[in-house]
Structures are given as C-alpha cells and as structure tokens.
Design a protein around this ligand. Structure first.
Ligand SMILES: NC(=O)C1=CN([C@@H]2O[C@H](COP(=O)(O)OP(=O)(O)OC[C@H]3O[C@@H](n4cnc5c(N)ncnc54)[C@H](OP(=O)(O)O)[C@@H]3O)[C@@H](O)[C@H]2O)C=CC1
Ligand SMILES: O=C1O[C@H](COP(=O)(O)O)[C@@H](O)[C@H](O)[C@H]1O
Length: 489
C-alpha cells in the first residue's frame, strides 16, 4: 500500500505503552493504519512505560502482542515496515530525565508530535509538565486524553486545567471511543443524509427512544479502577451520553468540530436534572451476582479478584432521560447499560408514534408502531420495522410486521469494519477534532451525572442484585412499564 496524500504526517508518542489499552487496542490499530497506508513514511512510534526494554526487545514485545490481539495473521510486508517505526523509552511520570530522553531522540521536531496518554487521568498534569520542561510542547503538537476525565465535575476541572496550562483546547483530543465506531458515525449519515429521517425526527413523529449498551464481560480484572468508577462514570457519563447527543442534536451547519460539538453541547445543557426528588422514579442501579453466561457459571461482582465484599458500586444503570427543548418535549430517552448481560449488544431503538387513525381497526385494535433499530454492535446494521400486507385473498386484510434490513456485513460485504481506535488515532494524527469531546461537553455531562450520583448517596439508593446473564434487576422493567412501555427484546 502506498503512503499517499491521506497519510498522517506526525510522530506518535504512546505514554502507558504497556497498559491494557495500549496493548489490546492502540498498537494493533497503529499497525492497521500502517497496513492501510495511512501512516507517513517518516512517522515514528515511541512507546514509553516503566519497564526497561531496549528498542529491539520492545519490537519483539509488540510483535507478540499484535499477534495475540489481531484475529488475522500479520501481513509480512506491513510488519517489516511497521517494526522499523517502533522505539521504546523508559518513563516514570515523575522523572524529568524520561521526558528529556524522548526529546533528545525526537530531535528538532520536523513532524508534529501526537502524545497519547494511555494512563490514569490523575497523571496527566505531571506528564504535561514533564513534556513541557523537556521542550516537547509546541504549537504543532497534540495530546490525546483517555476517559473518564476525573470522577466528577470538580476533579475533571482540575485535570482539564492542568492540561490547559500547556496545551490550547485546539490541541487537546479527548477520546470517547464510541465516537469512532462505524455504526455511530453512520448515525450522522442516517440522520442528516436522509430526508425521510431528517424530517421525521422530533416529538411529532417519535414516541420514545431506547439506548441499550449491554456487555457480556464483567470487570476484566480492573477492580481497582472500576470499583471507584461504577457503570455510571465508566459508561453513562461518556459513551451513553455521547450516543444520546448524536441522536438528539440539531442538524449541524457542517461536519466541522466546532459545529458538531456546539450542537451536542446544547443537548447536554437541555438534559432535565435528576435529583433526590425524583431519583427513584427515574433511575435503577444494579450489581451483578453470580450466575450463568452461555452455560458457564460466572462469579458475582463481590467475588471478583481483588473485590471488597461490601462494595456498593453499580454494574448496571437504567435511566429515563428527558430533554427540555422544543424538539424533544414529551419524548423520553431510556438508557440502559450493564456488565454481565446475556450478550454483548449495543443498539438504539427509535419508536415512532402510532397512526392517529386506524383504518384496520376491525382486525387490529392497535397497530404496532414503526421502529428504527440501529444495531451498533455486533451484527452492525440498521433495521426499519414496517407493517406489510401478507399476500393472499384473505378478507379482511392481513398485516404482518416485517423488516427492511440493512446489515453491514451483507450490504458492505467487501468492506472491512475498522476498529474505533483506528479511526480516532487517525483523526488525531491528521488533526480533526470532530470525533473528540470538547471540555464543555465533558463538564456538562459531569454536572448531570454528578447530580444522579449525589442523589443515590443522599437517598441511600442501593444497587439491586441481578443474576449475571440477565438484563439487570427487575425494577428496570418497571421503569418502562410505569410509562406503559417495554424494553426492546
Ligand atoms: N483498558 C480499556 O479497555 C480502557 C481504558 N481506558 C482508559 O485508558 C487509560 C489506560 O487504561 P489501561 O490501559 O486499562 O490502564 P492500565 O492500568 O492497564 O495501564 C496504564 C499504564 O499506566 C502506567 N502507569 C501508571 N502509573 C504510572 C507511573 N507513575 N509512571 C509511569 N507509568 C505509569 C502503567 O505502567 P506499568 O505498565 O509500568 O504499570 C500502564 O502502562 C485509563 O485512563 C483508562 O480509564 C478507557 C477505555 C477503555
Ligand atoms: O470505555 C469502556 O468501554 C468498554 C466497552 O467498550 P466496547 O467498545 O467493547 O463496547 C467497557 O467494557 C469498559 O468498562 C469501559 O471502560
């Protein structure tokens, strides 16, 4: 593959190069970008972590790691090129010598540098300081920050302020990897390239929206992190709210970062606050107990490695969200996300309103409403449920719910679906912030999430147990049932 005009022209410094995220997602994604010809021939990839590898040892580690985390065999030609880009430097965040060594290696920067912080956010300020003292921060460089930024509004402001001391907002790329998923990007296409949807996307035609992000996995050995975070900070404050903003935003003037982020921010500002006055009516918290997944028994949250037996942290959240603006008046958005659900399944279901008058009432008292189902993962695609006449001479007319089904794997059979991190690394390397989250968005999202977390504490709302391998506590069914609705099955 030739390295053409689209190739990202920068050096890439991966801080936290031996962490779970770097090994599982970032390095394999960089390899894929190289395979696609999207890395400039001069681009160097510098891994930095606390170990003491030589460049050669690190290349071997990355080879083993990439083999482990990539499903298909490595392409020899790509690997031969990729391996030459890899370098390693020992880095302890508090040791200035670590940054100085990287500076010496990169030399007088010809290419802009992208610094990726695959690290606990509490270290971001120290890293920025070290990079700056080493003379690595200039107007051309960029920094990529992982989520969640902080654990509440206050701590996120501290971290954002620390980073802002050295980098302008236009240089800061806050990752929410859901924004890099093909199916999430397709939501822009669906909403804004199709008049059918653009013109039928408000309280006049839509009854309600359900957003489900179910995970089969538990906490994957991340007790130390997860128990402090919980599903609210780990998933809702970022991924689910980002999905909601894309569904609910006004059409942006264009796809520039400024236009898109401004519209998403307006949605976050319009979220109706949930507080101790309505916390029970609007939210459900759950925590998985031991159960079965695909026929295997799995431990409960309190039996995971490193667990504290008395933890009250939630692994499941369901929320009724109301958006106080003209477009969405009276249209609830129901969010649901949890670990140890029966299957990995992320989908958004738009329930349209029923017909105002039913001409089929002799045979059908209630006509089922149309549904638009956006399948984010797995089996990516879009499905529109409509009513059709069943062929035949029956009288009266017989109707059946059928699907207009666009499955990505069938419709785009020859296209590879890129991992979200491939897209986002590439966008950061070419300097496009559209798919990254602004500081204002992060802070608005925290204001709303903090109010729920505080209300749970204030009112002593405990996480209800649910059996691993089920869709959460029964009260999440009740959350919709009291509005005369059901979760999409
Ligand atoms: N893992 C995932 O799937 C996801 C992670 N994230 C976020 O990405 C970031 C990284 O996560 P993850 O990879 O899971 O975390 P890990 O704990 O696996 O790795 C973090 C890295 O930080 C390094 N580190 C920690 N403290 C120091 C220090 N004082 N000096 C030098 N290095 C240090 C570790 O080095 P060492 O190897 O030496 O211990 C390790 O390389 C976090 O912000 C997380 O919230 C976000 C979404 C998903
Ligand atoms: O950010 C995170 O996301 C993953 C789920 O991501 P997905 O792409 O596999 O849907 C989640 O498991 C993890 O806890 C969280 O930190």
């Amino acid at each position: 593959m030739s390295h053409g005009e689209h190739a990202a022209h920068c050096d890439f410094v991966l801080i936290g190069a031996q962490g779970d995220l770097a090994r599982r997602k970032l390095l394999p994604s960089l390899y894929e970008l190289d395979k696609a010809g999207l890395l400039h021939e001069d681009t160097r990839i510098v891994g930095a972590a606390r170990r003491d590898y030589s460049h050669e040892e690190y290349r071997q580690v990355v080879l083993e790691n990439t083999n482990t985390f990539k499903k298909e065999d490595l392409c020899e030609e790509t690997w031969a090129r990729f391996v030459k880009r890899l370098y390693f430097f020992r880095l302890d965040v508090a040791e200035q010598a670590s940054y100085d060594a990287i500076r010496e290696f990169l030399g007088e920067a010809v290419l802009p540098s992208v610094f990726y912080f695959a690290m606990p956010p509490a270290t971001y300020g120290t890293i920025c300081q070290g990079l700056n003292t080493a003379g690595l921060v200039d107007d051309k460089c960029r920094v990529v920050l992982e989520k969640p930024i902080g654990k509440d509004l206050e701590s996120s402001k501290v971290i954002n302020d620390q980073v802002a001391e050295f980098f302008k907002e236009s240089q800061i790329y806050r990752i929410d990897h859901y924004l890099g998923k093909e199916t999430v990007m397709n939501m822009f296409a669906l909403r804004f390239a199709n008049a059918l949807f653009t013109n039928n996307w408000d309280h006049n035609t839509i009854d309600h929206v359900q957003i489900t992000v179910g995970e089969e996995v538990g906490i994957e050995g991340r007790w130390g992190y997860f128990d402090q975070a919980g599903q609210m900070r780990d998933m809702v404050q970022n991924h689910l709210l980002q999905l909601l903003t894309i569904m609910a935003m006004e059409p942006p003037a264009d796809l520039s970062a400024d236009s898109v982020r401004t519209e998403k921010l307006k949605v976050l500002k319009a979220l109706r606050p949930i507080s101790h006055t309505n916390i029970d009516a609007k939210t459900v918290r759950g925590q998985y107990a031991a159960g079965f997944l695909k026929g295997q028994s799995v431990p409960g949250y309190l039996e995971e490695d490193g667990a504290n037996e008395r933890s009250e942290t939630e692994t499941f959240v369901a929320i009724r969200v109301d958006i106080d603006n003209w477009r969405w008046a009276g249209v609830p958005f129901y969010l649901r996300t949890g670990k140890r659900m029966p299957q990995k399944l992320s989908e958004i279901v738009v329930y349209f309103k029923q017909q105002p008058h039913n001409v089929f009432e002799h045979s059908y008292r209630n006509l089922p409403a149309n549904k638009l189902i956006i399948r984010l993962q797995p089996n990516e695609g879009v499905e529109l449920q409509v009513l059709n006449k069943v062929p035949g001479l029956d009288e009266p007319m017989k109707l059946q719910e059928t699907k207009l089904d666009l499955s990505f794997s069938e419709t785009f059979a020859s296209e590879r679906i890129a991992d979200a991190y491939e897209r986002l690394l590439y966008e950061a390397m070419v300097g496009n912030q559209t798919l990254f989250v602004s500081r204002n968005e992060v802070e608005e999202a925290w204001i709303w999430a903090d109010s729920i977390i505080e209300a749970w504490q204030h009112c002593g709302v405990r996480a209800k147990p649910y059996q691993a391998g089920t869709w959460g506590p029964v009260s999440s069914v009740a959350l919709l049932a009291k509005d005369d609705r059901n979760w999409h099955e």
